[in-house]
Write a new protein. Structure first.
Length: 208
């Protein structure tokens, strides 16, 4: 794994939020799927971590966003963590996986990854968190990969085009979307690797 992506460990992330602005709108859920490489050199999922997050003080809660994701930020059974505790809950196993895989840092994988990384970075800045394992701006975006591989950009349509099962009733929860995005990323990377093993041109372009 440490050699496959220039020393970066891919970690798939999805966030659920109360709007589109990372600096003003509340971060409500975080889920992350840590990946590993099996004995055949294929990517696969290794561990899922997730938590609910309490809105930070003064956070904006857009009613349209809450209606879309179905989250009640103040539901008594959410067992939500304050932002710094939530980040630590997510980041600790990622840091351990980075170390175990001899990688230098994690790199965020997401469907429209800039959105998820933006909310993660904003929470890190708000809380003064010091041990963020993610690269601050580089990402792997499955929207781009899906557009190349399947001519699709919407997550549900891409998942179906890839032959992966999709349950629309579970969509828009951070855990479900993250695990499906992880399946998609592994599927595309593994297909590329298999094709490059069969094609001298693809193998050469991968080395370059």
């Amino acid at each position: 794994m440490s050699q496959r992506f220039r020393g970066y460990l891919p970690v798939v992330v999805d966030v659920e939020t109360a709007g589109f602005s990372a600096h003003t709108d509340a971060l409500l859920e975080i889920a992350a799927v840590i990946l590993r490489m099996n004995e055949q050199g294929e990517l696969e999922t290794a561990q899922t971590v997730s938590c609910h997050v309490q809105p930070f003080e003064g956070a904006n809660l857009d009613p349209k966003a809450l209606a879309f994701n179905g989250i009640d930020p103040y539901h008594p059974f959410r067992q939500a963590l304050v932002e710094k505790e939530a980040l630590d809950h997510i980041f600790r196993p990622i840091r351990a996986a980075v170390k175990a895989s001899a990688c230098k840092r994690a790199i965020l994988v997401g469907h429209n990854a800039f959105f998820d990384l933006g909310f993660i970075n904003a929470a890190v800045e708000r809380t003064g968190y010091k041990r963020n394992p993610f690269h601050p701006f580089s990402t792997f975006d499955t929207v781009t990969l899906a557009g190349v591989a399947y001519g699709q950009t919407v997550l549900a349509r891409t998942i179906i085009a890839a032959g992966i099962s999709w349950d629309g009733d579970q969509a828009h929860s951070a855990i479900y979307d993250t695990e499906k995005t992880a399946e998609l990323f592994c599927h595309i990377v593994n297909r590329w690797q298999a094709a490059s093993d069969e094609s001298p041109w693809l193998a050469q372009s991968g080395e370059d």
